[in-house]
Design a protein around this ligand. Structure first.
Ligand code: ADP
Ligand code: ZN
Ligand code: ZN
Length: 737
C-alpha cells in the first residue's frame, strides 16, 4: 500500500508540514509527485499537492484518510519542479506553500482565447484583378487590406483592425465576394508580432565561436555544465546565447533565457524571434496572470522551445530542458524580494543539476559570486574582450564635484559636462544623462532646525514631487508642503530635488533648443510608457534622454556619443555590503552606453568621491582590479561570497513585543553557536528602514564561513518559532546569502 505526503493549500504556519493520505487503488496510476489532489481536511475538502510517497504509515493506519480524487495529474516536469520547491524551502527558509506557489504558479483557469485570422482564398491573379476594380471604385480600405493579403497570404485579425485600420465590415464584404476567408482557431495567446519572423543571422567572430564550441563540443561530457561569459557590453554575448540555444534546440532540447525586466527590450526580443520564430515565447510583469499562465501552458504542450523572461521564467515547465541562460547575471532583480527570497542563479544551478541542463551566466560585470565560483573552478569562465562591431570603447573622464563651486544647491550639471553637451548637440549627436538616485530621495530639510521632513508612519524622508506634493515611497502617505517646517515652523526650507524633473528643468535652461525626453517611474506609468520613450529616442525625436537606472540597461542607440553620470557616488553610501559592487556595476554599465556604432563615445562621471576604488575601476573599465580589491575586503570581513550570511528579518506592530522576540532568537543562536568560533551573531538592530506603515522591523545577522552551519541555524530557528506561541504575531523571514 502506498501513502502520499501532501501539503494542504491553506496558508497557516501551523500547517506547514506534510500530511499522510492513503492512495486509493483507482488513483494509483494517476498520482505523482506534483499532482494536485483533493483531500479531506477536518470536515472540509481542500486542495493539496503531493510532494512525496512512502510505504510506511507514520500514524495508526486506520487514522489515515484516503485521497478524494485528483484535480490535475502532474507531468514528469511538474514532479521535478515540485522537487525543486522542496529544495527551495530548505535552502531559503519559507513555507512549503510559498515554495510551491513560486515554482508552480496557479494555473489560471481561463477560457481559451480564440485567434481570428483572415486568409486569402483566390489566386494572386484574380486578387490583382479585384484590386484594380477597387482602385477604380475608390474603395481605399478594401484595397489596402487586399494588397496586404496578396503579400502576406494571411493576417491576424488584430493586425487588420489595428494596424491597417480596416473595419470588420470591410473584411466581411470581401468574404461575401469569396476573396477571403475568416478563420478562427483555439489559440494560446502568442505575444510575438508576426512581422518578426524574418530570418536573420550573423557569422560569429573567433572569440564567439570559441565559446560556442567550448560548450557544445563537450555537451554530453558536462551535462549540467556551468559557464560564465564575461564580455564587455556590445561584445556579442547575445549572439553566443542564440547559437548555444540553436544547438540545444537542434538536439530536441528547450531553453530558458532570463533577462532583467528592464533590459527586456523590443530590440533584444526581435533577435530571438528572428532566429526561432513562433517557437519563442516571452513573459513579463505587465502581463496578466492568465497571459503568463498561457505561455507556461504552451511550454508544457511542447509548442515552444525558448522562453524569455525575468526571474519567474526560470520555472517554465519544459519537458527536456537543455540550457538556462542568465543574461546580466549580476542584476539585483534576480533575487526575489519576498519569501522565498531565492536567487535565480542558485536555483538555476540546482534545476540544471536535477535535469541535466547547462547554465550559462553572462555579464560585463559579473557578480562577485560568479567570479569567485569561476576562480574556484565551479564555473568555467570564457571571455569576450572585443566589441563585436567596429566601435571602440568610449573615453571616460571623471569630474571632481568638490572643486565645483556652489554645486548641488541649484544645479546638477557641472561646467565641464555642460561644455561637452554643447559640443555633442552641435554635432547633432545624442546624449544620455544618467541620474544615480539609488538610496536617495528628493528630501526637504529645514535650514533652521536641520530636521528632514519625515513620513509620520515610516522612518524615511518624504520625497518632493512637482511643486508641493510630499510622498512616502514606502507606504504611499501623501501630504502638501506648506512652506513651513512642521517641527519648528521656520520658513527656510531647502529641497534636495536631485530628481530627474529637476535635471530636465536645468537642461531646459542650459539648452533651450534641445529636445528632451525624461524616463522615470512617473513618465513610464502606462503599459508601454517605457517602450514609447525609448523608441522615440531611438528614432531621433529627441536629443537628450534623462533617466534613472532604467536607461542604463540593454538599449542600443548608435547616435549616443555622450553619457553623463550625474551623481555617481550616491549609491556608495547605502549601508549594504554590496554598495561598492553595485556602484561599480552601474557606472561601468552606464559608460558602456556611449559610442556603440562608428562614432567615438565619451563618458563623464560627476562624483564627490573620485578616489574611491569603485569609481576609479569603473573609469578604467577595469573589472579585474575591482574584483581583486572587493574580494579581498569580503575575505577580510567574512561577507559573501567569502562566507555565508543569514539575515533574520522580524516585523511586528508592537515594538516591545518585537524586541523581546528578537532577543529570544538571538539567545537561541548564541546557544547553538557557542561551540562555533568562526560564527558571529550581530544584532538585533533596527532594519534598514526601522518602521514601515507603523510596523517595526528588526534584523539579526549571522555570519559564518560554513554554509552548513547557517542551514542548521535556520532550521533550528524555524522549529523554535513554530513551537512558540510568542512568535504568532511576529512576521519572520530569512535571507540566506
Ligand atoms: P552583448 O550582448 O554582449 O551586449 P550583442 O550580442 O548585443 O552584445 O552585440 C552587440 C552588437 O554587435 C549587436 O548589434 C550585434 O548584432 C552585433 N554583433 C554581435 N556579434 C556579431 C558578429 N559576429 N558579427 C557582426 N555583428 C555582430
Ligand atoms: Zn525646522
Ligand atoms: Zn510612510
Amino acid at each position: 500500500m502506498q501513502f502520499a505526503d501532501v501539503i494542504v493549500d491553506i496558508s497557516a504556519h501551523a500547517l506547514d508540514r506534510t500530511f499522510q493520505y492513503r492512495v486509493p487503488e483507482e488513483l494509483e496510476g494517476s498520482c505523482d509527485i506534483g499532482s494536485v489532489v483533493n483531500v479531506p481536511f477536518g470536515s472540509r475538502l481542500v486542495t493539496g499537492y503531493i510532494v512525496g510517497f512512502s510505504d510506511q504509515p507514520r500514524v495508526k493506519e486506520d487514522k489515515i484518510r484516503p485521497l478524494q480524487g485528483s484535480v490535475a495529474g502532474a507531468t514528469s516536469e511538474e514532479s521535478r519542479l515540485t522537487g525543486l520547491a522542496v529544495w527551495i524551502r530548505d535552502r531559503y527558509g519559507c513555507t512549503f506553500l510559498q515554495a510551491l506557489h513560486t515554482v508552480l504558479p496557479k494555473k489560471a483557469r481561463m477560457k481559451v482565447a480564440q485567434r481570428k485570422k483572415v486568409v486569402l482564398c483566390v489566386s494572386e491573379e484574380s486578387a490583382e484583378h479585384a484590386l484594380s476594380v477597387m482602385h477604380v471604385k475608390k474603395q481605399a480600405a478594401r484595397e489596402r487590406l487586399l494588397r496586404e493579403l496578396i503579400a502576406e497570404k494571411s493576417l491576424p485579425w488584430e493586425v487588420i483592425t489595428q494596424k491597417l485600420n480596416v473595419t470588420g465590415q470591410t473584411v466581411k464584404a470581401l468574404e461575401a465576394r469569396g476573396l477571403v476567408k475568416i478563420e478562427t482557431e483555439d489559440a494560446y495567446r502568442n505575444p510575438v508580432l508576426p512581422e518578426a519572423y524574418a530570418h536573420r543571422s550573423v557569422t560569429l567572430n573567433e572569440e564567439q565561436s570559441a565559446i560556442v564550441s567550448g560548450i557544445c563540443d563537450r555537451w554530453n561530457e558536462e551535462p549540467a555544465g556551468r559557464y560564465l561569459i564575461r564580455g564587455i557590453t556590445g561584445s556579442g554575448k547575445t549572439e553566443v546565447y542564440i547559437e548555444l540555444i540553436a544547438y540545444a534546440v537542434s538536439r530536441g532540447l528547450q531553453a530558458i533565457v532570463l533577462i532583467p525586466e528592464i533590459a527586456l527590450t523590443y530590440q533584444t526580443l526581435m533577435r530571438f524571434y528572428h532566429r526561432f520564430g513562433e517557437r519563442v515565447s516571452v513573459i513579463h510583469s505587465r502581463m496578466s496572470a492568465g497571459e503568463r499562465s498561457d505561455q507556461f501552458e504552451r511550454a508544457r504542450r511542447g509548442a515552444i522551445d525558448v522562453m524569455i523572461g525575468p526571474r519567474s521564467a526560470l520555472f517554465t515547465p519544459f519537458e527536456h530542458l537543455g540550457i538556462i541562460v542568465i543574461d546580466e547575471e549580476h542584476e539585483e532583480s534576480y533575487r526575489s524580494g519576498q519569501a522565498p527570497k531565492y536567487h535565480a542563479r542558485e536555483v538555476a544551478f540546482r534545476r540544471g543539476e536535477m535535469e541535466g541542463a547547462k547554465v550559462v551566466l553572462g555579464s560585463a560585470t559579473p557578480s562577485l559570486e560568479a567570479s569567485y565560483a569561476a576562480e574556484k573552478g565551479i564555473v568555467k569562465e570564457f571571455r569576450l574582450d572585443h566589441r563585436a562591431g567596429k566601435s571602440a570603447l568610449p573615453y571616460v573622464g571623471i569630474i571632481d564635484l568638490r572643486r565645483e563651486e556652489g554645486f548641488g544647491d541649484r544645479n546638477m550639471i557641472s561646467r565641464q559636462l555642460k561644455a561637452a553637451m554643447g559640443e555633442t548637440l552641435q554635432r547633432k549627436e545624442q546624449i544620455m544623462l544618467f541620474l544615480n538616485r539609488r538610496g536617495y530621495a528628493g528630501a526637504v530639510t529645514c535650514r533652521s532646525c536641520g530636521k528632514v521632513i519625515r513620513c509620520p508612519h515610516c522612518d524615511v524622508a518624504l520625497t518632493l514631487h512637482g511643486k508641493d506634493r510630499l510622498v512616502c515611497h514606502y507606504c504611499g502617505y501623501e501630504t502638501r508642503l506648506t512652506g513651513k517646517c512642521p517641527e519648528c515652523g521656520s520658513p527656510y526650507l531647502r529641497t534636495f530635488r536631485a530628481g530627474t524633473e529637476q535635471v530636465e528643468k536645468e537642461v531646459g535652461q542650459l539648452f533651450p533648443g534641445a529636445r528632451v525626453l525624461r524616463m522615470d517611474k512617473d513618465t513610464t506609468a502606462g503599459k508601454d510608457g517605457q517602450l514609447n520613450i525609448l523608441s522615440k529616442f531611438a528614432s531621433r525625436e529627441a536629443d537628450i534622454l534623462i533617466g534613472t537606472q532604467m536607461i542604463v540597461k540593454g538599449h542600443d542607440f548608435p547616435d549616443v556619443t555622450l553619457v553623463g553620470i550625474l551623481a555617481a557616488d550616491l549609491s556608495l553610501n547605502i549601508p549594504d555590503f554590496r554598495a561598492a559592487e553595485r556602484t561599480f556595476q552601474l557606472l561601468t554599465q552606464a559608460a558602456g552606453r556611449a559610442g556603440r556604432a562608428d562614432k567615438p563615445g565619451k563618458v563623464l562621471i560627476q562624483t564627490y568621491q573620485p578616489d574611491h576604488y569603485a569609481v576609479r575601476c569603473a573609469m578604467r573599465q577595469d573589472y579585474d582590479s575591482f574584483y581583486q580589491k572587493e574580494m579581498d575586503l569580503r575575505l577580510l570581513s567574512g561577507y559573501p561570497p567569502a562566507g555565508g550570511l543569514l539575515q533574520v528579518h522580524m516585523a511586528c506592530s508592537d515594538r516591545d513585543h518585537l524586541k523581546i522576540a528578537a532577543d529570544h532568537l538571538k539567545a537561541l543562536l548564541d546557544r547553538i553557536l557557542c561551540q562555533v568560533r568562526s560564527a558571529q551573531v550581530l544584532g538585533p538592530t533596527d532594519d534598514m528602514v526601522g518602521r514601515i506603515a507603523d510596523v517595526y522591523h528588526m534584523v539579526i545577522y549571522l555570519k559564518c564561513p560554513g554554509r552548513k552551519v547557517l542551514r542548521v541555524c535556520k532550521n533550528r530557528l524555524e522549529r523554535y518559532i513554530e513551537a512558540n506561541e510568542g512568535f504568532r504575531n511576529v512576521e519572520i523571514t530569512f535571507d540566506v546569502d
